[in-house]
Design a protein around this ligand. Structure first.
Ligand SMILES: CC(=O)N[C@H]1[C@@H](OP(=O)(O)OP(=O)(O)OC[C@H]2O[C@@H](n3ccc(=O)[nH]c3=O)[C@H](O)[C@@H]2O)O[C@H](CO)[C@@H](O)[C@@H]1O
Ligand SMILES: C=C(OP(=O)(O)O)C(=O)O
Length: 444
């Protein structure tokens, strides 16, 4: 099992480039199954374990998928099978995003029921409610969810009890090939929803209003493969922005879209961080003294839950008492215990964590509890006294390409080693990496 060893104390300088967004590319790849003619070519794809997993899901359904040079091509013009087994859904919950496209195209889909995960119970009732409103029958049994639509799906008005990202995506995809008009009310407004809508429209769909709380989709009879370039990863960019801020550094995060990061930028400015637009990215200048603040996670454009644990690492270094309130997932504080191992002083009260700063962080052996927690523990390690060793890197590799290497490029004292203590960089051959090599990554 690999681990990342980081020694605190270095100020970061230089520049780093954000990859394409994991949370945009996964639905775009599943949407490519809506095309019964022509293949899709998707560029700026990050080489991540999750991308490998979704590619395998599609291949297993008889789609022809290739991944090289940050480009995924999907030819879904074959007759596809319509089942995603547990082995994939277990690895990645986003596998449920095949439901909408398959249901719309074939009138049937069967997917292993995703369980909860380290951040919450994460049901998919809103996805299913949307399909039912469009005329599908839903059956849940033996660990699977099966959806059937006897005829073509029909358009419907769907109100989401909460603006679920996945439900909005699944319903948007299903509605694209349905008969008539679908209206999604209280839809999610995340930038990844807009990217998916743009992709669907290039495929021939008629989606308007993505990025607002009401999305209207006029169903079409047929969709076609197309070309699409994925938006920058706002969470990866935000994580590097915090790396610059936490070390009092001065770094440029290239390919960072400020419009997508408004809530994060505004909170960091409150804490004393300077953030300036520069080229296609953002320059971050960390202050001598970070100030405490409070955040509450919310659906976009509120503060993103996927930045919560990284923000906790930053607040541990700020002067005063900060409060984090997590409203999106009910159990996204597993990393608190790990931070405590580093001598952090924090108290959990219901859905809030009270953080006393600045903590006298000490290097320790810690385990990543989920993807963003992995990054957050490494960020804390950048400022801790001595060596922090972070294990359970399978979480990190789901969503960050070459994280240790990129931080080392900015001047951090960090390395990734294997069980024997040999330095390893699983992404070193990223350009030439084939899917089976990435598969091994996801097992590491
Ligand atoms: C692959 C991907 O894009 N993942 C992102 C996506 O996850 P995901 O799409 O799973 O997140 P949702 O927006 O659906 O979930 C938000 C909340 O709604 C609840 N819910 C959701 C669906 C449902 O049918 N019923 C229900 O109760 C969830 O349990 C959660 O508490 O959005 C989350 C919220 O921004 C991000 O943290 C994830 O990184
Ligand atoms: C929670 C995340 O992803 P997923 O929904 O794939 O678990 C994330 O990207 O932080």
């Amino acid at each position: 099992m690999d681990k990342i060893i980081v020694k605190g104390g270095n100020r970061l300088e230089g520049s780093v480039r954000a990859e394409g967004a994991k949370n945009a590319v996964l639905p775009v790849i599943t949407a490519s199954m809506l095309a019964s003619e022509k293949k899709s070519v998707i560029t700026d794809v990050p080489v991540l374990a999750d991308v490998y997993t979704i590619n395998e899901v599609l291949r297993n359904m008889n789609a022809d998928v290739h991944f090289a040079d940050n480009t995924v091509s999907v030819d879904a013009t074959n007759q596809l099978t319509t089942e995603a087994p547990f082995e994939y859904v277990r690895k990645m919950r986003a596998s449920v995003l095949v439901l909408g496209p398959l249901l719309a195209r074939y009138g049937h889909a069967k997917v292993a029921m995703p369980g909860g995960c380290a951040i919450g119970s994460r049901p998919i009732d809103l996805h299913l409610k949307g399909f039912e409103a469009m005329g599908a029958h839903v059956h849940v049994g033996n660990g699977y969810v099966e959806v059937n639509a006897p005829g073509r799906l029909h358009g419907a008005k769907v109100y989401l009890d909460m603006p679920s990202v996945g439900a909005t995506e699944n319903i948007m995809m299903a509605a694209s090939l349905a008969e008539g008009k679908t209206i999604i009310e209280n839809a999610a407004k995340e930038p990844e929803i807009v990217d998916l809508a743009n992709f669907l429209n290039k495929m021939g769909a008629k989606v308007v209003g993505a990025g607002t709380e009401t999305i209207r989709i006029e169903g079409v009879e047929k969709m076609y493969g197309t070309e699409h370039s994925i938006i920058p990863d706002r969470v990866e960019a935000g994580t590097f922005i915090i790396a610059g801020a936490i070390t009092g550094g001065n770094i440029l995060v290239e390919n960072a879209e400020s419009e997508h990061l408004r809530s994060v930028i505004s909170k960091l400015e409150e804490m004393g961080v300077t953030i300036l637009e520069e080229g296609d990215g953002l320059r971050v200048i960390g202050p001598d003294k970070l100030l405490a603040t409070d955040i509450k996670t919310l659906p976009h454009p509120g503060f993103p839950t996927d930045m919560q644990s990284q923000m906790m690492a930053l607040m541990l270094n700020a002067y005063g008492t900060s409060v984090i309130t997590e409203t999106v997932f009910e159990n996204r504080f597993m990393h608190v215990e790990e931070f405590r191992r580093m001598n952090a002083k924090m108290k959990i009260e219901g859905r809030s964590v009270i953080i006393e700063g600045p903590a006298d962080l000490q290097g320790a052996e810690v385990a990543a509890t989920d993807l963003r927690a992995a990054a957050a523990l490494i960020l804390a390690g950048l400022t801790a006294d001595g060596y922090t060793r972070v294990t359970e890197l399978k979480h990190l590799d789901r969503g960050y390409v070459n994280f240790a290497e990129k931080l080392a490029g900015l001047g951090a004292d960090i390395e990734r080693v294997n069980e024997d203590g040999d330095q390893v960089n699983p992404f070193a051959d990223v350009v030439n990496m084939n899917d089976s090599a990435i598969a091994e990554l996801s097992q590491s």
